[in-house]
Design a protein around this ligand. Sequence first.
Ligand code: PLP
Length: 376
Amino acid sequence: MIPFNKPPFVGKELEYIRQAVDNRKICGDGAFTKKCHEMLEAQTKSEKVLLTTSCSHALEMSSLLADIKPGDEVIMPSYTFVSTANAFVLRGATIVFVDIRPDTNNIDEKLIEAAITPKTKAIVPVHYAGVGCEMDTICEIAGKHGLLVVEDAAQGVMAYYKGRALGSIGDLGCYSFHETKNYSMGEGGAVLVNNPAMRERSEIVREKGTNRSRFLRGQVDKYTWVDMGSSYLPSDINAAYLLAQLEKAEEINNDRLASWARYYEGFAPLAAEGLVERPVVPEECSHNAHMFYLKVRDIAQRTELISYLKEKDIMAVFHYVPLHSAEAGLRFGRFCGEDKYTTKESERLLRLPMYYGLTENETDRVVEAVKSFFGK
Ligand SMILES: *Cc1c(COP(=O)(O)O)cnc(C)c1O
């Protein structure tokens, strides 16, 4: 059987977890967490990276740091995971969904300006499949209208737009280290605090609304409640697992990119005949092979292909019922403009097995199975 995903495991995880336990410091912000912060700051060139308990929580922290209040509007694509929206709904915001581009499945930057109202507070681009959104245009629009940019870069660790790490471009960026993502700590994430004005407050919000981080650095002699906040810091045990993976980040990335390239080549004949479409990566983006997907004719053909592959012991999946059409989406948001691509593209997209350690034999088996489905 070829599973859809296998959580990455590179070798040193258990040794590091043992060390974290031996350190007798298994709460948050221990030695392993600090090491992860340093490595992520060096790789992303963001001046402040803080591990969190999930990307959902990194987004919630961002929503607090952006001072989202009831009645504020936040612009995002509808083709995304629920957490992108929930983080802002929890603060009372109304979500304004904008259509996606059919090539990258990212928010269509050309449609954002029409969605801005006097209530708009932030734009949340989602870097689908680790392929960057058109960030120059998005940041320019945000600057012109005085809006914040929060990048949902859950899928974008080790991916770049014009040489800049995804997540390091907007005011805030959010990463996921869930076990289905490229680098894992089981459950976890990080917030990249790129806007210098938010840095001090980011530590406070993450530490239950206290100035404990300043206390630990000896900058104040006791710590107290100074702001809103919650507990968003992960145990050092989880950070130990992540550190082992970050140390092998290049190896993991290259392994995934090799599988992705083999799929891409393998499907070239089907693409040439117009039977499938392969992912599009704009020239200014270097992606991280977070996923390999195909687009087929329509939802009926996708359903057939999924069961065909399943019979051949290959697990393929689809995702994201567009948020604007979901029960909560109808309650908390509205779609701005025409849904030209969101629903249509979401219904014909199929994700193929992709994980660290996927072999050439396995990718070839998947390619052959899809070809035989199309009678090739
Ligand atoms: C995975 C994912 C999230 C949520 O990440 P968690 O770490 O599981 O909270 C949010 N947004 C997108 C786009 C994702 O793919």
